[in-house]
Design a protein around this ligand. Structure first.
Ligand code: PDD
Length: 285
């Protein structure tokens, strides 16, 4: 049997249902996280749960569990589902109440849901890299909140998919922000450059691990906005996310990045990132 968590209880996945007046369903009134599991162990779970609490706090939802209680619940879910390699999806909404834009009374209990999925590491893409397009960033101005409202991201990702690409690199005017579901990095003359973590992007957990790895390995970093011109002129480009890890970008808008092969710093960061996973979760196959 496969299990899901609804409000602190493990239930049969096929019986896990929420009400049609759940505010997540009607308004996207909630926040979410995606956590990676390797060898049956959660990677950077503390960081994900801290961001979850922060996202929820910033829209006035209080998590009814401590981070330790949440961790224990998720561990139980992974164990029960015998998940070895995959992801946990979790979200919290403001709960169920008659449809009204105004927040419901404080006694309405938030709905917390979590379930797992088997997902293999995209090793083929790690080796060869992925194609991307550019797209204007039309999202709201609180992209630091991991909100359930993903229409801007979905429209961008769909455009990329329709053009046979893995990701859409978003930009506001000529300033590059982030991918539709990833952070974007360029490498120029040995320096790794990525958008500073402010309200225009999600502060990726993978991004933070990469920045720590750069610091530990004397790879210079600049966290600042960069332009489309800088992106096009970069020596290397890669993206990061929980599921894509350190993913080389080898084509942008139909043009190859350099020779169309993953660059040396991207390769190095892939190796360092894999070692970091193994440190936390044990040896990968
Ligand atoms: N997306 N930026 C956006 C807009 C994202 O949706 C994500 C992750 C990231 C990378 O964050 P992290 O390294 O913490 O995964 C950046 C997840 C994986 C998703 O929506 O499925």
């Amino acid at each position: 049997m496969n299990f899901a968590i609804i409000n602190g209880k493990l239930v049969n996945r096929s019986e896990a249902k929420v009400d049609i007046e759940d505010r997540g369903y009607q308004f996207g009134d909630g926040v979410y996280e995606v956590i990676r599991v390797y060898n049956g162990k959660m990677f950077t779970v503390k960081e994900h749960l801290e961001r979850f609490v922060k996202s929820a706090d910033s829209i006035g939802i209080t998590l009814p569990y401590t981070i330790d209680e949440c961790t224990a619940l998720l561990e139980e879910l992974v164990t029960k589902n015998k998940l070895v390699e995959g992801t946990i999806y979790m979200q919290i909404t403001r709960g169920t109440s008659p449809r009204n834009h105004v927040f419901p009374a404080r006694d309405v209990v938030p709905t917390l849901v979590a379930y797992t999925k088997e997902v293999a590491r995209p090793v083929e893409s790690f080796t060869h890299g992925v194609k991307t397009i550019f797209i204007e960033d039309i999202r709201w101005l609180r992209c630091d909140i991991k909100s359930l409202n993903l229409l801007g991201n979905l429209l961008a990702k769909q455009k990329a998919a329709e053009q046979g690409c893995f990701e859409a690199i978003q930009h506001r005017g000529d300033q590059v922000t982030e991918g539709s579901s990833s952070n974007v990095f360029i490498v120029k003359k040995g320096t790794v450059i990525t958008h500073e973590s402010n309200h225009l992007i999600l502060k990726g957990i993978t991004k933070e691990v990469i920045l720590q790895l750069c610091a530990q390995n004397n790879i210079p970093v600049e966290e600042r906005t960069f332009t489309l011109d800088e992106l096009v002129a970069a020596d290397e480009v890669f993206l990061s996310s929980t599921t894509a890890e350190v993913m080389p970008i080898v084509e942008m808008n139909g043009d190859k990045v350099k020779e169309g092969l993953p660059g040396p710093i991207t390769r190095k960061l892939q190796t360092l990132f894999t070692l970091e996973i193994e440190k936390q979760c044990g040896r990968l196959k």
